[in-house]
Write a protein that binds this ligand. Structure first.
Ligand SMILES: O=C(O)CC1=CCC(=O)O1
Length: 411
């Protein structure tokens, strides 16, 4: 049976993506205030009080992580949010892992902070649950908050420590105890490899509760995960390193969209510069082994550098020809000579580039460049476009040549 969770939704409204923030044991949604303030300029931010916390109901326990995850999914349903960017810290991170495993289509990206796939020995949590039921959350507030911030921050900001202790003490005794029982039964290690969402894992270097080693287990278990360790940072690294955590979340959730935009731009520039035939062969020839390199050159060489407005493509072509001649990279040079001839570089310009390079980089390399250019021209490459002193062939076939058929070529 799910419960209706208290929450706060802030941001630009329909059309913008939504980031869901799930917090730690003993917290309420105000722990995310630094993230809410900044992120809600760009995206909708849904900060949630987990079951038993803040203003959410605290039915009698014990709970399971699946219970807490089910509540969050019911909230997403009620708000008509089919998929979100999910961010969870500690207990919230366990709930987020559960959702990413059991409702993968609801998760665009996953950010896991100061959490674990298993939170130590179950008995410790059962003992803590019994203690809180007997003596209340006020009795453990000091010890809990002692793990939230580094000594350095706690000394500098006693008000933060006092308000954090008050937040723990205000948490329902039954809610807190029942969530301890949920943690005692939580072991997500065997399911980590079922998580498909792009995942960012963030640890606090000085976190005594969920150590960087615990987070390393999580990051290593998830196929598409990267990990950052923040220093200084204890269990509530999202507060101590508010600016960096917010920036990391923002760039992680923007990542897939930004990445694919740069890739598409890169593909288009690459087709303009090297021609469709070459790019089609490169795409068709891509294997799982070569895909990371194809992705890298498409985004960086073509989507970024060749796409910069400071030099036009003609100038970049001449530079590329000169540089490849100078470094003696024949395979790449042959490909660029042919692509240049098919576009707007004339044979006379090639002559000038190779002569110029001979002066600064050496005659032997330019000698080889002349030989490659001569072969391309003899095969008629570019002859549809150019009639010049060095242009000797009649053919209009614009796509022949051995090197041009090798596809693991760079930029
Ligand atoms: O309270 C702690 O010891 C640290 C912690 C574990 C799970 C959680 O949310 O906080």
């Amino acid at each position: 049976m799910t419960v209706a969770l208290a929450h706060q939704l802030t941001g630009p409204g329909p059309g913008a993506p939504t980031v869901v923030l799930l917090g730690s044991l003993g917290s309420d949604r105000s722990m995310w205030d630094p993230q809410i303030r900044t992120l809600s300029d760009q995206v909708n931010v849904l900060a949630v009080d987990l079951r038993g916390h803040g203003e959410s109901p605290a039915p009698a326990g014990p709970y399971t992580i699946a219970d807490l995850g089910g509540d969050v999914l019911a909230l997403l349903d009620s708000l008509k949010l089919p998929a979100v960017h999910l961010v969870g810290l500690s207990l919230g991170g366990a709930v987020s892992q559960w959702i990413a495993v059991h409702a993968p289509t609801r998760v665009h990206t996953l950010t896991l902070l100061c959490t674990a796939a298993r939170f130590g020995e179950p008995q410790g949590w059962l003992d803590r649950a019994a203690g809180v039921r007997a003596e209340g959350t006020g009795s453990i507030a000091e010890a809990v908050v002692g793990r939230w911030y580094t000594e350095r921050l706690a000394t500098r900001d006693p008000d933060l420590v006092a308000s954090s202790r008050a937040m723990v003490a205000a948490t329902s005794d039954e809610g807190y105890a029942a969530c301890c029982e949920a943690l005692s039964g939580w072991d997500g290690r065997a399911d980590l490899d079922r998580i498909a969402a792009p995942t960012l894992v963030i640890a606090g270097r000085q976190d005594p509760a969920t150590t960087p080693d615990d987070l390393r287990v999580v990051a290593d278990g998830i196929a598409n995960a990267t990990m950052r360790v923040l220093d200084p940072g204890a269990h509530l690294a999202s507060v101590e390193q508010a600016g960096r955590v917010t920036a990391l979340i923002a760039s992680h959730i923007a990542g897939p969209a930004q990445r694919s935009e740069t890739y598409e731009t890169g593909m288009s520039v690459r087709r303009t510069v090297l021609g469709d035939a070459h790019v089609d062969r490169a795409v068709a020839g891509t294997t799982a082994f070569t895909a990371p390199f194809q992705d890298f050159i498409t985004r960086t060489a073509w989507g970024d550098i060749w796409n910069r407005p400071g030099l036009d493509h003609h100038t970049r072509r001449l530079l590329t020809l000169a540089i490849l001649t100078a470094v003696g990279n024949e395979h790449e040079l042959d490909m660029h000579i042919r692509a240049a001839l098919r576009d707007d570089v004339t044979p006379d310009e090639l002559v000038e580039v190779f002569l110029h390079t001979a002066v600064y980089a050496g005659v032997p390399n330019s000698n080889r460049a002349f030989a490659l250019g001569k072969n391309a021209l003899a095969e008629g490459v570019g002859s549809a476009h150019h009639v010049g002193a060095a242009d000797t062939a009649d053919s209009v076939d614009g796509d022949v040549g051995s090197a041009d058929t090798e596809e693991q070529s760079g930029p």
